[in-house]
Design a binder for this molecule. Structure first.
Ligand code: 5GP
Length: 194
């Protein structure tokens, strides 16, 4: 994959606040260099989610066609649904020199690492598992059953945080966003200096 820009894998257990952290990060991007890849999923949209904005919501048949046509950089099954990253837009952004963020779970992260060895990976940790559970329950967007499954997946995901280049604890939003921003800028500068 062409790599004039930078590819950043951004993972965290569900409920860790990674969406909020990314939007804080993007506010700091005065140069307009950062782009967030939009994923495909077979999960049903939550009430506030829109197709083409939060995800491309597709059925399993469509998703499996994309896999067969090698149109995804990576994909994974998480909690019974497919999630995947469309390849073409990411290649275009990298060619334009953008810093492209893939907000993906840990299985997808390891596939991207294999396929794109230059990708830099960042894992966001919750301050504790109790805090993660509290945040997931407060979110009130998922059923109790879905929340329970997501909580059950978290320890295994956290265990894999060691595979990532950077770990950030999302204890306080502004502080974590500053730490993330400094990491991203150092990656950008390293790339520019060859
Ligand atoms: P959610 O259902 O909460 O939106 O996402 C569930 C998990 O899937 C999150 O960890 C999210 O980062 C991850 N995810 C979202 N898009 C992708 C993708 O394109 N590929 C992979 N592997 N994971 C994704």
């Amino acid at each position: 994959m062409s790599n004039k820009g930078a590819l950043i894998i951004f993972s965290a257990p569900s409920g860790c606040g990674k969406d909020t952290l990314l939007s804080e990060l993007f506010k700091r991007d005065s140069a307009g260099d950062f782009v967030l890849s939009r994923s495909m999923t077979t999960r049903s949209p939550r009430s506030e989610e829109k197709d083409g904005v939060d995800y491309y919501f597709v059925n399993r048949e469509h998703f499996e066609q994309l896999i067969a046509q090698d149109k995804l950089i990576e994909y994974a099954e998480y909690n019974g649904n497919y999630y995947g990253t469309p390849k073409e837009p990411v290649e275009e952004w990298l060619n334009e020199g953008k810093i492209v963020f893939l907000e993906i779970e840990v299985q997808g992260a390891s596939k991207v690492r294999q396929r794109c060895p230059d990708a830099v990976s960042i894992f966001v940790l919750p301050p504790s598992l109790d805090e993660l559970e509290r945040r997931l329950r407060n979110r009130q967007t998922d059923s109790d059953e879905v929340i329970a499954k997501r909580i059950a997946l978290a320890p295994g995901e956290i265990e894999r945080s060691k595979e990532f280049d950077y770990n950030i604890v999302n204890d306080e939003l502004e502080r974590a966003a500053d730490e993330l921003y400094n990491i991203v800028i150092s990656i950008k500068e390293k790339n520019q200096n060859g």
